[in-house]
Ligand binder design. Sequence first.
Ligand code: 5GP
Ligand code: ZN
Length: 116
Amino acid sequence: MEDCLFCKIAAGQIPSRKVYEDEQIFAFHDINPARPVHLLVIPKQHITSLASASDADLPVLGRMLAIANRLASEQGSPDGFRLIINTGTIGHQEVQHLHAHIVGGPDPVGPMLKRT
Ligand code: 5GP
Ligand code: ZN
């Protein structure tokens, strides 16, 4: 998709710190890490958000989960992690290309949900 930041990152048109790539999936370091380990896993194919994914996308969604689990271990969070998929306005999704955040590191990530 034209003018999509993560499509351009997946295509190598915008540089990123890549940690994994296959035919369907691309994974890279978040530019503004919230924790010592903060990676993003995306489908190469443009899917705007989890809310717009269809049954045809189930294989790539499953693959994202499996690769996220593997990358968390390999990239410095072997004892657990959070996988976060911000979705839509309510979910504060800023980049309109489906992505899963892998957040972890040596210390517990702490409370994710807080009442405001
Ligand atoms: P969202 O709020 O959409 O779930 O999170 C988008 C994430 O993308 C943010 O954590 C942000 O730091 C990251 N991000 C935004 N632009 C870039 C970029 O150009 N390169 C990389 N590597 N990460 C980015
Ligand atoms: Zn895209």
